[in-house]
Design a protein around this ligand. Sequence first.
Ligand code: ASP
Ligand code: MG
Length: 459
Amino acid sequence: MTTEVASNSTLAQKSDYIVAKFGGTSVANFEAMSRCSEIIVADKNVRVVAVSASAGVTNHLVALCQSDITEPQREHHIQGVLAIQQAIVDELSLDADLAIGFNETLKAFQQHAREITNTAKHQDELLSFGERLSSYLFAQVLRLKGLNADRFDVRRVLKTDSQFSKATPDVASTADAAKAHLIPLLEEQVIVTQGFIGSDEFGQTTTLGRGGSDYSAALLAEAINAKSVHIWTDVVGIFSTDPRLCAKATPIARLSFDEAAEMATFGAKVLHPATILPASRSHINVFVGSSREPERGGTWIEREKSQHSGIRAVTQRKNQILLTLKSPEMLLASGFLARVFSILSNFNISVDLVTTSEISVAITLDNAPNASRPELDQACLEQLAEFCHVSVESNLTLVALIGSEIQLRQQEVNLMDVLKAFNIRLICHGASKHNLCFLVEQDESDNVVKAIHSHLLEG
Ligand code: ASP
Ligand code: MG
């Protein structure tokens, strides 16, 4: 028997509003923006539009943040940003109000990009220009379609702490600010605003981390009590695995919040993992579809429990580290795990999978380039080595099977039969009914994913 302990939450009355988010490729140029504007025109409930920076812009901005950048490189990246924006402006004639804001922002960008300070605060300010610029242009594109659209600086409402580059949103302050400044506008207007950025209590610009615009959209949806958030990207939803790897991968029409959260966390790149948090907490449905082919539908992520049991998708995340800690003295003693985790937490290291035995613990850490904490500090290893034997293995991939009520014997195929051709390093299953994860050698992982997909998810 299982007893569930639910967390308490009171839900605000929902409006019919929808928040739509358009990713970098959807706002890459004038043509793409025009296509997206049709989606908004077709659905009157879309009242808040959160845009990413035009494709390529954030990468230029990230490059401008590097401390070892040379002057010619700096100029190259500044010109790169200007060229992308200019190509769009050439197709538009900006109304006076938008033109003033856009030109000022463009000037401020060039100033910031040429300033040589490398504080995290300065970097977040610099990174924010992509979304700040694209939102002016997109507001104009909507006006060209006859919509009463205006651009809105999201930093007035999306409030965060002061952790630059990965700020944590302040949900209560964001809701208050949205009530005061944003909701009153929505009766009359379609508001175009920025994903990815926010501001702290001192008004300093912060960012939510790479790919954070999806998260912004869900936070905004929560703040205005929207009924759903539509994430428009360049794929027709979330697939059973990466379609570039398996040609037979298929889009999934419906996912539960739990399944979607696991998929985003374990490597499906379509959605920023944090997006599900506000959506599931505030019962907001999430749709993921392609702005190129909106008629093809996409994936709905909903609160309802999944109707399908079993494996629905397989994902992988490369560049994982396996840390094995062994301490014979800990036999029958207590406190070993507590000590290990407190050290990892002091170093801000987030752990993914854990398996334990009486005297050892194996832990996986994400070492991907965009991981929140990419380097495993020497200092951390030294502290661990004070009381246990530490071994570190790298070049591993975490493969995750995602679904509901996953069992080792799946349909007529025994998962273990599929996996016996490969060297499996660690298996984790049980903490959640929605995933089964294991580590494999990185250079084998594509083949592992293909084998699983072909045996368990095709036909
Ligand atoms: N422009 C930011 C990035 O490229 C945020 C986003 O698009 O979600 O990471
Ligand atoms: Mg994205």
